[in-house]
Design a protein around this ligand. Structure first.
Ligand SMILES: [Zn+2]
Length: 470
């Protein structure tokens, strides 16, 4: 519950968010004028400069770019030519962090490329072949990350990897194959649309399908990028930090208007709306727009690595992976996923009751976004996710990671309501008298990851390093 003073502030903050067109303008400008903001591009540099300047304009003198080094990558053309049973070229695009190379081999269809499907066959069957796997939900009903599928293909000795979209629309997917804060990909990987991938599958039925795969992408070790950071100083508990973060980079084949410019503009608008009340909140708030998430959660991992001594002071990390509200089951609602500790669930449910907004609070474990490196430091971590509207008739990642992730898919009102819900949550978290939650000890996290099978997945992805930050 907020006291009278804070209730007044809340009313003004909500009014400010609802009345202002600033977030919408910022969203259009960054998508339409600046572009994808993808790691290593000119667009990324311009976006960093723009965000720092905007936050300064909002009053944050401490807004700055915080640089780090990583394993960079430059997209090159890719091609896929079936050579048997007959010659035919299929349009493909490179997956991010794929090395360049040329391979010619038999194609093996691994279905959705889930661990169960890989483990059901002899690795010798895969060795020396090109693996074809789709982004569909596994036969066991699980959504398996692309990096896991690629990891299995490498582990089994495949020489190439074809990742097929499960959503229609002639949309070959991109996405990274390895965490770029550690290493680059080992075998060339490409994305293919559902339509062309299905064509290949039909050709492969009952006979041998051979293909030549080329990729002219390049890995560039020692590339530099930067996260964008600004801070709002608290009062009586100013040494406790609430971190509100989300990645600003999108993939280079589109605008990444939803994934994750939507989260970025939500963070910036929240920072804007709260700035006027600096000094009125107990805890401090650190807003971070992360770079390079799309290449293996690289910006946030580098941030935690660089600032590891400060992590003990982070009271909670709120990640915005897609900034708006969810539409699942046809109702617009705020969808929170709590990563740790699960004891916070009750607090979030109380919050839902208090503000009277439709809300779901689920628990889960995921390594695939910017909360992850904070989670590994034991920090309470939660994400608010969004889903496309039912009218868009797509499932899973939807338009994300394809050329269709453009501004026309964004619903600005949905985002605006999203910021209002988050503002109300942050005001409560920043001002509650009692501790938000205890940090989780590393041994407990490791035990949880072993029990849930995540350790095995992370090993396959080359992301298992619980005792080092990167
Ligand atoms: Zn994302």
């Amino acid at each position: 519950m907020l006291d009278e003073k804070l209730t007044k502030i809340e009313r003004k903050v909500i009014g400010e968010i609802w009345q202002s067109g600033e977030m919408r303008e910022n969203h259009y400008f960054m998508a339409d004028e600046l572009g994808s903001r993808f790691a290593g591009t000119e667009s990324e540099k311009k976006a960093i400069e723009h965000m720092v300047n905007k936050l300064k304009e909002y009053g944050y003198e401490n807004a700055h770019a915080d640089p780090f080094k990583y394993y960079g990558w430059t997209r090159g053309p890719a091609s896929l030519t079936v050579t048997e049973p007959y010659q035919k070229e299929f349009p493909v695009i490179s997956l991010a962090i794929s090395p360049g190379g040329e391979v010619e081999a038999e194609v093996i269809d691994l279905g959705t490329g889930s661990p169960e499907e890989f483990e059901a066959i002899d690795p010798k069957e895969v060795e020396g072949k090109i693996v074809l796997a789709s982004s569909a939900t596994s036969p066991a009903g699980k959504r398996v990350h692309r990096r896991t599928k690629y990891g299995y293909a490498v582990e089994y000795g495949a020489v190439g990897f074809i990742f097929m979209n499960h959503n229609p629309g002639q949309l070959p997917p991109t996405g990274s194959v390895r965490p770029a804060y550690r290493l680059g990909g080992e075998i060339p990987g490409v994305g293919i649309s559902l339509e062309h991938g299905s064509h290949m599958r039909r050709l492969a039925k009952g006979r041998s399908l051979k293909a030549k795969l080329t990729n002219q992408s390049r890995l560039n070790p020692d590339t530099e990028s930067a996260n964008v950071v600004c801070e709002l100083e608290g009062s009586s508990k100013k040494d406790e930090w609430i971190v509100i973060g989300g990645h600003f980079d999108g993939h280079d084949i589109a605008q990444g208007a939803m994934d994750n410019l939507s989260g970025t503009v939500v963070i910036m608008d929240l920072a804007r709306a709260l700035k006027k009340y600096e000094g009125k909140f107990k805890r401090s708030i650190r807003f971070i727009c992360f770079a390079c998430e799309e290449i293996g959660v690289t910006g946030s991992t580098s941030y935690v690595d660089k600032h590891v001594d400060e992590m003990k002071d982070v009271a909670i990390m709120l990640n915005l992976e897609l900034g708006g509200l969810a539409n699942k089951d046809g109702t617009q609602h705020a969808a929170f996923t709590l990563f740790q500790p699960t004891s916070l669930k009750e607090k979030f449910e109380e919050f839902a009751d208090e503000i009277g907004y439709p809300m779901t609070v689920s628990t889960g474990t995921s390594a695939a976004s910017d909360h992850w490196p904070f989670y590994m430091q034991g920090i309470p971590a939660v994400t608010m996710g969004s889903e496309p509207s039912p009218a868009q008739l797509i499932v899973g990642r939807g338009w994300g990671h394809t050329t269709a992730d453009m501004m026309d898919k964004v619903d600005p009102r949905n985002l605006q309501e999203g910021v209002m819900v988050i503002a109300r949550l942050v005001l409560r978290l920043a001002n509650q008298e009692e501790k938000i939650a205890d940090h989780t000890p590393l041994e407990e996290i490791i035990a949880h990851l072993e029990k849930t099978g995540m350790k095995k997945t992370l090993k396959i992805q080359k992301k298992w390093h619980p005792h080092s930050t990167r």
